[in-house]
Design a protein around this ligand. Structure first.
Ligand SMILES: Cc1ncc(COP(=O)(O)O)c(C=O)c1O
Length: 358
């Protein structure tokens, strides 16, 4: 039986995509083999990889002066790759700290560069975003890095920061959830395992003028220019992940693209937040203006009930509602592939649980 999987990642994938992958598992594209057994240099795979890139470009309307890379190392690899490629010499880099993923990106950047934390939401316990007017940016930062959606805290930026420094965004848990003006960014990266596909592949979208200046010592697989020059096939790419991502992009296009995703995602998030706010039982701590559409943390009045909540939810076919191990509580992730029926089932369960345990 298929459950409603609310995991933050690896996360639910569209059923149609899984079924297509299953149908093609032992004979992909008339090859008599699975896609995993085909050379990444074969004509058929290169064509599939290029189609995936073209579909992603179309979905996000990526301008032609941007490279789209499919790399390995996860978003965590990008925490290092970004400063290695974009912060040469002794340049300073600006970071906005809005939660656990920002913090990790900052820690990694400090290994390579002078990091200026331009704004820090730690004082507010990461439940909001400091007003942009209060940010203390360095005059000549090589870039400004931020995390548009903090997957653990459930805090999402309702705006794109301004300024003259190239903007770098860790979009792991928000890319493809709604339309995006890519031209506002110098670089966008995302681990695949939320809205893109299986873990193991990472998408990087980078403006051409920012590549080609990697600091000496940068491993070649983390050098954007080297990767771009070889069409992300400098070495063996994660072929299965790339293939599934391609299926997901086709699925997104068939569903009406990112405008349609935005409508559905807004509806799902509103349904859950409205219920939580009106319940008098559950609570979401995030300031209303920056609540995430993708990741909704919530608590019950008595933390001792958390385990019971998650166990009973699982028995009702609603899985992975445990909050991140670092913060506890509960969290429901509502990525593109989560149908509204899943959120309706969750709200129904929450209502019933509150009635029985009030
Ligand atoms: C916003 C964000 N950044 C970075 C990561 C780390 O990604 P990875 O495990 O692909 O390195 C995650 C993982 O959940 C995330 O949600």
């Amino acid at each position: 039986m298929r459950v409603f999987n609310f995991s933050a990642g690896p996360a639910v994938l569209p059923l149609e995509v899984l079924e297509q992958a299953r149908a093609e598992m032992t004979d992909w594209n008339g090859s008599g083999m699975s896609v995993m057994e085909v050379s990444h240099r074969s004509k058929a795979f290169v064509a599939a990889a290029q189609t995936a890139e073209a579909d992603l470009r179309e979905l996000l309307a990526v301008p032609s002066n941007y490279k789209v890379l499919f790399v390995q190392g996860g978003a965590t690899g990008q925490f290092s790759a970004v400063p290695m490629n974009l912060a040469t010499g002794d340049s300073t880099v600006d970071y906005v700290n809005t939660g656990q993923w920002s913090k990790k990106a900052i820690a990694e950047a400090k290994r390579f560069s002078n990091v200026n934390v331009a704004a820090d939401a730690a004082e507010g316990n990461y439940t909001g975003i400091p007003a942009e007017s209060t940010w203390e940016r360095s005059p000549h930062a090589a870039y400004l890095h931020y995390t548009p959606n903090e997957t653990i805290g459930g805090v999402e930026f309702p705006f794109i920061p301004g300024g003259s420094a190239p903007l770098v965004a860790d979009m792991s848990s928000t890319l493809l959830s709604r339309p995006l003006d890519v031209s506002r960014f110098g670089l966008i990266y995302a681990g695949a395992q939320k809205n893109i596909g299986p873990s193991g592949i990472t998408v990087v979208i980078v403006r051409e003028d920012l590549i080609g200046n990697a600091r000496p010592g940068t491993p070649t697989v983390f050098d954007y220019k080297a990767m771009a020059d070889d069409g992300s096939m400098l070495n063996t790419p994660p072929t299965f992940g790339w293939y599934v991502a391609g299926l997901v992009f086709k699925w997104l296009k068939a569903k009406g693209g990112l405008e349609a995703m935005a409508r559905a995602n807004r509806a799902k998030a509103e349904l859950l937040y409205n219920y939580i706010d009106g319940s008098g039982y559950y609570r979401n701590p995030v300031a209303r203006g920056c609540r995430s559409w993708m990741n909704v943390p919530f608590t019950v009045p008595n933390p001792e009930l958390e385990k019971k909540f998650c166990e009973e939810a699982r028995a009702s076919g609603l899985t992975h509602l445990e909050g991140h191990r670092s913060v506890g509580g509960m969290r429901a992730s509502l990525y593109n592939a989560m149908p509204i029926a899943g959120v309706e089932a969750l709200v129904g369960f929450m209502r019933e649980f509150a009635r029985r345990n009030g």
